[in-house]
Structures are given as structure tokens and as C-alpha cells.
Design a protein around this ligand. Structure first.
Ligand SMILES: Nc1ncnc2c1ncn2[C@@H]1O[C@H](COP(=O)(O)OP(=O)(O)O)[C@@H](O)[C@H]1O
Ligand SMILES: [Mg+2]
Length: 228
């Protein structure tokens, strides 16, 4: 199934002297159950693309469909963006950004409560176990290692059964082995849960994890067409 289709996305920051085109016509087709890497130098527009695909910021031009539903037309939302973010999208960032005064289980439960799709207690326990941190459910974020925190963050991203997970440099703060383990988990999530996963990364050692690799440069994306 087609999880995502983007056509001609353009995004500009600033005006006049300070104008920057962060996206200069990005096309992307992504199937459910695939995990893809997004590479490219700093400033290439990777985070901007993640924000536009994640409906965090609008685009100036371009069209976007999610699960066949039209979401952006001419860069502007034509669907209930808040509902889509809650029910279709999950995010993972470089820092886990867990709520510090809630334990791991509660961090995931809170996300489940927002979506109202699953029973929070059961869902949180299942996801933490699935991600190999079930035994850490009662621990507070400050007691967890960086790798464990990212596993909880991935559990949180999965809370509402999203069709698309967007991960912006999720392993940048981890050492090689822990980073590798997180990438392997994202691959498992895609292949076992049928979620489409986009991962921005600089780690060329872990590229074998991905079904496809895209390269971003100066606001343009190149790579395979996953339509087939
Ligand atoms: N909020 C913003 N305001 C102005 N310019 C921005 C903003 N965010 C990003 N940019 C600019 O847009 C370009 C792409 O940035 P970004 O998407 O963060 O790239 P990457 O994630 O690949 O490093 C860069 O030139 C950056 O300076
Ligand atoms: Mg970035």
C-alpha cells in the first residue's frame, strides 16, 4: 500500500536577502512496510522535509497524500492535520525528549491516551516489551541509558499504530553498537508492523538496514522510485 506520495514540495524560509529555498521540488513515493534512509549534508533540507511530511510546518508548493488521502494541495492542508498527526504519524528525534517526571510506561501511555485507539496500559506494556525495554517500564528517563531512552521514544512513536514514522537523526547521540540496534529496531518496526519509516542519518555504516537510500542536496531529493 502507498503510505506516502509527495509531488513537487517546495519550502522557503525568509524573504528577500534572507530567503532560503530549503525544498526545491521534492517528489517521494513510499510504500507501507518499507524503511528508507535520507542522507545528505547539513543544510540540505532533510529536517525541513521531515517537518513538511510530518505536517509540522506547511509547504509553499506541492501536493501530499497519506494512505491515499489528500493532505496538502499547493502546499496547504486540505485535511484535518491534527487528526492525521495523532492517528497516522510517529516521530523520533536525536534526543528522546521523554517527559522527565513520568516513568517509561507512563511516557508511552500518555501518547496512547492522545490517540484513544488502544487501551493505554496494555499497549504501553506490549510496545516496551517489543522494543526490548519491558524490564525498564518503571524507570524514569534519567535512569535510562541513551539507547534505552530511544527505544522508549520509538515505543511512544508507535503508540497509536501510525502508518508513517519520521525519524530525524535518531542515532546521532548513540555509540555505534547502540545506534545499530536502534536502526535494526526501526527496520523491524517497518517490516513487522507494516509502518513506513523514513530515517535521516549520517551513519553510512548502517545503510544495509534500509530498503532504499535517498540523497538530499540543496533542497533536491534523488533516489529510487519505490512505486513498484
Ligand atoms: N526556521 C528556519 N528559518 C530560516 N531558515 C531555516 C529554518 N530552518 C532551516 N532553515 C534553513 O533551511 C535550509 C535547510 O535546513 P534543514 O532542513 O535544517 O537542513 P538539514 O536538516 O539537512 O541540515 C538551511 O539553509 C537552513 O539554514
Ligand atoms: Mg537536520
Amino acid at each position: 500500500m502507498e503510505a506516502l506520495r509527495a509531488e513537487g514540495l517546495e519550502k522557503r524560509y525568509g524573504e528577500g536577502e534572507t530567503e532560503v529555498w530549503a525544498l526545491r521540488g521534492v517528489d517521494l513515493l513510499l510504500q507501507s512496510g518499507k524503511v528508507v534512509a535520507l542522507l545528505g549534508p547539513s543544510g540540505a533540507g532533510k529536517s525541513t522535509l521531515i517537518k513538511v511530511l510530518g505536517l509540522v510546518t506547511h509547504a509553499d508548493r506541492g501536493d501530499l497524500w497519506m494512505n491515499g488521502e489528500r493532505v496538502l494541495e499547493g502546499g496547504r492542508p486540505v485535511a484535518d492535520v491534527g487528526e492525521l498527526r495523532r492517528s497516522h504519524l510517529g516521530f523520533v528525534f536525536q534526543k528522546a525528549n521523554l517527559i522527565p517526571f513520568l516513568n517509561a510506561r507512563k511516557n508511552v501511555e500518555v501518547a496512547c491516551e492522545i490517540g484513544e485507539r488502544y487501551s493505554p496500559g496494555k499497549r504501553a506494556a506490549e510496545l516496551l516489551a517489543y522494543l526490548g525495554v519491558g524490564h525498564r517500564a518503571d524507570a524514569y528517563p534519567s535512569m535510562l541509558s541513551g539507547g534505552e531512552q530511544q527505544r522508549v521514544a520509538i515505543a511512544r512513536a508507535l503508540a497509536n499504530g501510525p502508518s508513517l514514522i519520521l525519524a530525524d537523526e535518531p542515532t546521532a547521540a548513540l555509540d555505534r553498537d547502540r545506534g545499530r540496534a536502534v536502526m535494526d529496531l526501526l527496520r523491524r518496526v517497518a517490516h513487522e508492523q507494516g509502518t513506513a519509516v523514513v530515517v535521516v542519518t549520517h551513519d553510512h555504516r548502517a545503510l544495509d538496514v534500509f530498503d532504499a537510500t535517498y540523497e538530499m542536496e540543496d533542497g533536491r531529493l534523488s533516489g529510487p522510485n519505490l512505486a513498484a
